[in-house]
Design a protein around this ligand. Structure first.
Ligand code: SAH
Length: 262
């Protein structure tokens, strides 16, 4: 989801009906961003030995695909937070009555107003979401909640080449002007107060994993909404995003950045 949700001067304000529509479309997907359980585990592998009762936050958790994966592969407790009630509700339902119910707390909330105590978290996780605050700004704000030497692992939209065709540059300028190259992102992580531990680009199949299931839900979604203007616009926008990706995927993608509180 590259749609802006933050209500401040740098971001477009969301109208309630658009918000509900976006929730209604994306809640039907396992994931709301490019993803792959293998890459989540690879990133986790760079986060050192977590203590037995690790305190973990998953920010912008969506419907919790990676939250559940993290829970199965760590000890301790995960607090998963998202702004979109349709997503948090979906995650609550998924874990209700399972073993994970005690290990995952699901909160409705915003990533720029987190409920954690200072120096309380061993790990902050965030896949496909930090762009809503901006990479450096988000990292800078979240840092206070990490214990000394705690880890952060985030995915972020990244340019893979020094220059790129105008059409795709324009798309990102409109949707997330914060996209930048790996060296620029690593420098931003350092400025935000972290030691960069590792980074790796997510393979193309992570995007196909994200986009492919959409093909099955476009039609039922449009039907549900009587093919009204806003639902058609949303589907058209998503289809355009997918088609641009297929054309320009060599120029950009998501990169995982793992850092340690300095
Ligand atoms: N991590 C999930 C979802 C990624 S999509 C996955 O990888 O599948 C980005 C998520 O960020 C969405 O679920 C969206 O609702 C959430 N989000 C956007 N703005 C937010 C904010 N201000 N605070 C918390 N979550 C936010």
């Amino acid at each position: 989801m590259q749609l802006n949700t933050m209500n401040n001067e740098n971001h477009t304000t969301f109208h309630d009906h658009e918000f509900a529509l976006i929730g209604d479309f994306f809640k039907n997907l396992e994931r709301q961003g490019p993803c792959c359980p293998k890459q989540t585990l690879k990133a986790l592998g760079f986060c050192g030995e977590l203590p037995e009762n690790a305190r973990i936050a998953d920010i912008g958790c969506g419907t919790g695909g990676q939250t559940i994966n993290l829970a199965w592969n760590t000890d301790g407790h995960i607090t998963a937070i998202d702004l979109m009630p349709a997503f948090t509700e979906n995650l609550r339902q998924k874990i209700a009555g399972t073993k994970l119910h005690r290990r995952i707390t699901v909160l409705d909330g915003s990533m720029d107003d987190l409920p954690f105590a200072a120096n309380s978290l061993d790990l902050i996780w965030s896949e496909g979401a930090i762009s809503h605050m901006g990479f450096e700004e988000g990292l800078r704000y979240w840092r206070q909640f990490l214990k000394p030497s705690g880890y952060v692992a985030v995915t972020e939209a990244t340019w893979f080449t020094p220059s790129r065709p105008a059409e795709i540059a324009e798309f990102w300028k409109e949707n997330y002007p914060g996209i930048d190259t790996i060296p620029a992102k690593v420098a931003a992580m350092e400025r935000a107060g972290y030691f960069p531990v590792a980074h790796f680009a997510m393979p193309e199949y992570c995007w196909q994993n994200y986009y492919r299931p959409m093909e099955d839900i476009f039609e039922p979604f449009l039907l549900k909404h009587d093919y009204n203007g806003p639902s058609q616009d949303l589907v058209d926008n998503i289809k355009r995003e997918v088609s641009l990706y297929q054309t320009y995927k060599e120029f950009y993608g998501y990169t995982f950045y793992i850092g340690r509180k300095a």
